[in-house]
Write a protein that binds this ligand. Structure first.
Ligand SMILES: Cc1cc2nc3c(=O)[nH]c(=O)nc-3n(C[C@H](O)[C@H](O)[C@H](O)COP(=O)(O)OP(=O)(O)OC[C@H]3O[C@@H](n4cnc5c(N)ncnc54)[C@H](O)[C@@H]3O)c2cc1C
Length: 373
């Protein structure tokens, strides 16, 4: 019998499969559509810095722990597959215009990072001009995060798929799990594509679809899709090399002159269409921030569905009352970044190893007695 069946082949499901297969477990991943083509493909690939040693909230601990893991995680994947995923320490600048009314938020962000002792440089107006000449001269406030990284997520997902296959993981596409059968406090089978799949352990990693799937077990985890639209432009020469952020909106430069403009946050159910209004606003945002982008070529746009958990943090751990079922879902805006630590935590839980993060991350309000990381 297969050791572990993972339901969902996004970055979370594939990272879990990669980690577990690396420990010698037999793993099968069931994906309803194509592997890595939902939120994980649509994302921008930003990987913000953290510092586990000084982190005081569950969010900061997860961020700090995953930040430590990324370089080796990436190297390990490349050494097995020979594929480059574009992981790079590109840095990010967080900026504000003087009139945008959100300087308090910018200052709080800076204070939080300083308290965490994350490497951060506050820049004066002349330094902004000198180091980021492409930025609008209106920008009045900026700090720079040298340890901010990025990954080309579509490439990373390809590498994960290849790496999993090389480790013997069975990747089954076009296999929507619709029915879950339990017996005596255990998941016995999941039905997908006309087949009953059995395993010793099951991990539910279905992104924005996970809440709906688990509702048939009477487990009320609220995970909803939040649509994010992205526009991709192309400039001849790269205009800048670091990520530029203004709160929740950003420009992510790829090293080939492409620039991603993101992103919206919309409650639109499972609708992934791009809208003229959102695309227009994103382009105007980019032009105001970096005036040179007016000449950029429009390449394409897309949208993805972030899995948002109403608890405001991902569910990673054992499901209640089921001895052989776990969940890893609800990573919202940070699933690419949190994928290595999620893989590691699920491995620690399944193999009954010491779980790496402290106990006070465990309780998720209203859903006791789930034992979470
Ligand atoms: C516009 C945008 C920008 C983003 N930018 C970033 C970023 O810069 N950095 C970052 O860290 N994160 C970012 N994110 C968030 C990140 O993409 C997500 O948090 C992450 O991809 C979630 O991964 P996942 O594997 O849980 O979900 P998904 O990638 O959605 O994968 C879930 C998979 O499960 C499958 N599935 C669902 N139900 C079933 C079923 N019943 N049977 C079989 N298969 C099933 C789905 O088909 C899907 O392939 C962004 C997201 C968007 C939309």
């Amino acid at each position: 019998m297969t050791d572990v069946i993972v339901i969902g082949g996004g970055v979370i499901g594939l990272s879990i499969a990669w980690e577990l297969s690396g420990c010698g477990l037999s793993v099968r991943v069931l994906e309803q559509g194509q592997f890595g083509r939902e939120a994980s493909w649509a994302g921008a690939g930003m990987l913000p810095p953290g510092n586990l040693a000084k982190a005081e909230t569950p969010e900061a601990r997860l961020r700090g722990a995953t930040h430590q893991l990324w370089p080796d995680w990436s190297k390990g994947l490349t050494s097995v597959t020979g594929m480059e995923n574009g992981f790079t320490r590109c840095g990010a600048i967080e900026v504000r215009f003087p009139d945008d009314g959100a300087l308090g938020e910018w200052k709080n962000g800076l204070d939080g990072l300083n308290a965490e002792e994350v490497l951060v440089e506050t820049l004066g107006v002349s330094e902004i001009k000198q180091r980021f000449p492409a930025l609008s001269s209106e920008i009045s406030h900026a700090y720079f995060l040298p340890d901010f990284c990025q990954v080309r997520n579509p490439r990373h997902l390809k590498a994960l798929q290849i790496g999993c296959m090389m480790r013997g993981v069975e990747l089954v596409a076009g296999s929507p799990v619709r029915k879950i059968e339990t017996n005596g406090g255990r998941v016995e089978t999941v039905h997908a594509g006309g087949i009953n799949h059995r395993a010793a352990e099951f991990v539910f990693a279905g992104g924005a679809w996970t809440g709906e799937l688990l509702s048939q077990l009477g487990i009320g985890l609220e995970i909803e899709p939040i649509k994010g639209q992205i526009v991709l432009l192309r400039t001849g020469q790269p205009l800048f090399r670091s990520v530029i952020q203004v709160g929740r909106e950003y420009l992510v430069p790829r090293n080939d002159g492409r620039i991603l403009i993101g992103s919206t946050e919309e409650r639109a159910g499972f609708d992934k269409r791009n809208t003229a209004e959102a695309v227009g606003e994103l382009i105007r945002f980019a032009e105001r921030l970096v005036p040179g982008m007016k000449d950029a070529e429009f390449e394409r746009c897309w949208a993805g569905l972030r899995p948002y958990a109403s608890t405001d943090r991902p569910y990673i751990g054992r499901l209640p009352q089921l001895h052989n079922a776990s969940i890893a879902a609800g990573h919202f805006r940070y699933g690419l970044h949190l994928s290595p630590i999620t893989g590691v935590l699920i491995r620690q839980i399944l193999l009954k190893q010491k779980v790496q993060l402290p106990d006070d991350c465990r309780v998720v309000p209203g859903i006791d007695p789930i034992s979470f990381w």
